[in-house]
Design a binder for this molecule. Structure first.
Ligand SMILES: C[S@@+](CC[C@H](N)C(=O)[O-])C[C@H]1O[C@@H](n2cnc3c(N)ncnc32)[C@H](O)[C@@H]1O
Length: 228
């Protein structure tokens, strides 16, 4: 198996910023930010999500594709990425990324199960999300989180980058406490939450180890204080 990396330049970073800003003006609460994520945040997502050793990754809310290219640049050549975007203009833009590992899906993260089935995917071993949980009704956020957790492979991780702590509050009941890191080199600074799905329920130490036996993010990062 050839695991050599594919390297995408990001020729439309500037152009992407303009498209992103236009998207924000049209749908401020769904887009949730006036500019795309910084390179520093992109790098942080790749590291925390362990993207370089993943097989099947789902990205929720890829926007204009900056984070998507960063994930593709880190992903092994034989792995796959499914990008799920609700905004049709962003979706059209994402479709111009030429990479056979990438599949782009127009739809809501709420229906991640259907998106996976439609693309003939099994359980992803990582889900990376930038959708703004703080701007949606609580019950909608909980539904999305339950759907992500249900489809994630045992030992897989769910990474959410957010300006607010709301996602941790919404996830507390279903996913438990997250590991959290703060990325200051982003406008504005952003929290990166990570939940690791246990390999087997109530199996002691294995609950804090990933599929390859490494310590989970919970063991690596300091945990956020309980929400509330
Ligand atoms: C903060 S932007 C992140 C964009 C990009 N990943 C980045 O970091 O620059 C959030 C993105 O989530 C998308 N989004 C919001 N709600 C969504 C949902 N329910 N399902 C899928 N995408 C959604 C928005 O259209 C937007 O592209």
């Amino acid at each position: 198996m050839d695991e050599k990396k594919t390297s995408h330049q990001n020729p439309f970073r500037l152009n992407g910023r303009f498209a992103f800003f236009k998207g924000f003006l049209r749908h401020p609460s769904a887009v949730g930010s006036i500019i795309p994520s910084s390179r520093f945040l992109e790098r942080r997502l790749v590291d925390i999500g362990g993207i370089a050793r993943r097989r099947m990754v789902v990205e929720l809310g890829p926007g204009t594709g900056g984070t998507t290219l960063a994930l593709l640049n880190a992903l092994p050549r034989s792995s796959r990425l499914l990008a799920v975007e609700v905004n049709p203009e962003f979706f059209a833009r994402l479709q111009t990324i030429a990479d056979p590992r990438l599949e782009v899906h127009l739809g809501s993260a709420e229906h991640i199960g259907q998106a996976l089935a439609q693309h003939g995917w099994q359980r992803p071993d990582a889900v990376v999300s930038g959708i703004p949980f703080s701007n949606m009704p609580a019950e909608c956020g909980r539904r999305i989180l339950r759907a992500i957790w249900a489809c994630l492979a045992p030992g897989g991780c769910f990474v959410a980058y957010q300006f607010m702590k709301r996602v941790a509050e919404l996830a507390h009941e279903t996913l438990g406490p997250p590991a959290v890191a703060l990325e200051f080199l982003n406008v504005p600074p952003v929290r990166v939450y990570c939940w690791q799905k246990p390999i087997a329920a109530a199996s002691g130490d294995t609950a804090h180890r990933s599929a390859d036996g490494r310590p989970s993010a919970q063991a690596v990062f300091a945990a956020d204080p309980p929400p509330g």
